[in-house]
Design a binder for this molecule. Structure first.
Ligand code: SF4
Ligand code: SF4
Length: 224
């Protein structure tokens, strides 16, 4: 699939998710940014959307900010969502993952605001809470929303199945290099990136299947 087709699909996926999340109880608001940590993961497709939201003359500054993150601790996933679903479907355990919110804020966060809010990746869109995180120390999210979030994450990876997933800094660094022809990017230059996979098994628990079915039908109506 061409990048332009994938970008259009991603936009449609984001619109579908907005319809769902608009009906979810949430206290999230502008400048409430405790959830904007350096541990966000994205796909290469989402990185294209984010970079396109910056004027091209700001890319060197973005590259500098991202480069500064490279030596710092951050969550680097061992498996993609579709890889985890494949492992679970075959009765195997996903690899252990380590993540610590104290590793710091998202490198893009500026004055507690996201500079590319309209183009933020799904991992940021789906972070909602029914109580302020600064009071409870963590987001409180209903189980159905967690299931719907996983569904959308699996679908986005499926659309970008010839791309990669990884920490926001690693993926942005990879796509920046590719887009600005700084160097020919290759998987071996980016050891923290993992190859995306097609969606083979949905991770929808039986108790959520009726509620998720209409959303799934909307997704299946897209030319994916
Ligand atoms: S998830 Fe938590 S920190 Fe993030 S906007 Fe919502 S309430 Fe604020
Ligand atoms: S990309 Fe934007 S919304 Fe996402 S963590 Fe970074 S600053 Fe926050």
């Amino acid at each position: 699939m061409l990048l332009a087709q994938k970008l259009l699909l991603l936009d449609q996926i984001y619109c579908l998710y907005d319809q769902y999340i608009g009906g979810v109880d949430s206290v999230c608001r502008a400048a409430c940014s405790d959830c904007c940590t350096c541990n966000v993961t994205i796909t290469t497709l989402e990185a294209h959307v984010m970079l396109n939201a910056f004027p091209a003359d700001q890319w060197p500054r973005v590259a500098k900010v991202i480069d500064a993150q490279m030596g710092k601790p951050r969550f680097t996933p061992e498996a993609t969502f579709n890889q985890i679903s494949d492992l679970c479907a075959s009765g195997r355990e996903p690899p252990p993952e380590a993540m610590d919110a104290s590793w710091g804020p998202c490198p893009l966060l500026t004055d507690r605001l996201c500079p590319v809010y309209a183009a933020r990746p799904f991992g940021c869109r789906c972070m909602v809470s029914s109580t302020p995180c600064y009071q409870t120390g963590a987001a409180e999210m209903g189980e159905l929303t967690a299931t719907v979030n996983t569904l959308f994450l699996q679908v986005i990876e499926h659309i970008d199945q010839d791309g990669f997933s990884g920490n926001l800094s690693d993926v942005l660094s990879f796509v920046l290099a590719a887009e600005s022809n700084v160097s020919v990017p290759s998987r071996c230059n980016h050891p923290h990136l993992i190859s995306n996979r097609p969606l083979r098994t949905l991770m929808i628990p039986p108790e959520h299947q009726d509620r998720v079915r209409p959303i799934l039908a909307q997704i299946r109506a897209l030319p994916i």
